[in-house]
Design a protein around this ligand. Structure first.
Ligand SMILES: Cc1cc2nc3c(=O)[nH]c(=O)nc-3n(C[C@H](O)[C@H](O)[C@H](O)COP(=O)(O)O)c2cc1C
Length: 167
């Protein structure tokens, strides 16, 4: 029960302590280890450490306030130029986002997933502010950093949701 799949929690309060570059790189590499449809790996990442940029993104969603106080925010984005694979991009980027969250916990840090896509108003705000090419679609924003709040296990298992062979 002790691995990060079970202990990872959404952490929304951060210390001012900076995140080491090697930790940040392992976190991003973990994202790129995710499974993806046809192994297309069409993820890209915008890493925010500058305060004015974090402040602006924190105001793009009513539930993204913590971005302003996080030392780092990662915008997980998809390259949707392949029309055949476009329909799968939400699943690919969800797997990528979860991998990032798990590695954040593994590094002794805390993080929180903020949903942007498919809220197209929020997506457009990011696209406009960062002048992204049209094919690059922001999917999620992840705030991360050191925290006094702990990743800790709470039991959500519900055996009544499991159906063997028939529903
Ligand atoms: C698609 C998605 C969007 C989310 N968006 C937000 C958000 O905008 N702001 C926020 O504080 N938490 C957000 N969360 C985090 C959830 O609130 C959190 O995962 C849930 O309450 C369970 O708590 P835990 O992560 O601590 O286990 C989001 C999670 C997912 C998967």
């Amino acid at each position: 029960m002790e691995n990060v799949i079970f202990t990872r929690r959404s952490i929304r309060r951060f210390l001012e302590k900076p995140v080491e570059q090697e930790k940040l790189e392992r976190i991003l590499k973990a994202g790129m280890q995710a499974p993806s449809a046809h192994n297309n790996q069409r993820w890209e990442f915008l890493v925010l450490t500058e305060q004015d940029k974090k402040d602006t993104v924190s105001q793009m969603s009513p539930w993204a306030g913590m971005v302003a106080k996080a030392p780092v925010a990662i915008i997980v984005m998809g390259d949707t130029s392949n029309k055949e694979l476009k329909n799968w991009f939400q699943q690919d980027l969800s797997a990528c986002t979860e991998n990032i969250l798990l590695q954040i916990a593994q590094e002794g840090l805390g993080g929180c997933w903020m949903g942007f896509y498919p809220n197209m108003e929020r997506v457009k705000m990011i696209q406009d502010y960062f002048k992204l090419p049209e094919k690059i679609v922001p999917f999620s924003v992840i705030a991360l950093g050191y925290s006094e709040d702990e990743n800790r296990f709470i039991d959500r298992s519900d055996m009544s949701k499991i159906h063997y062979n028939k529903y």
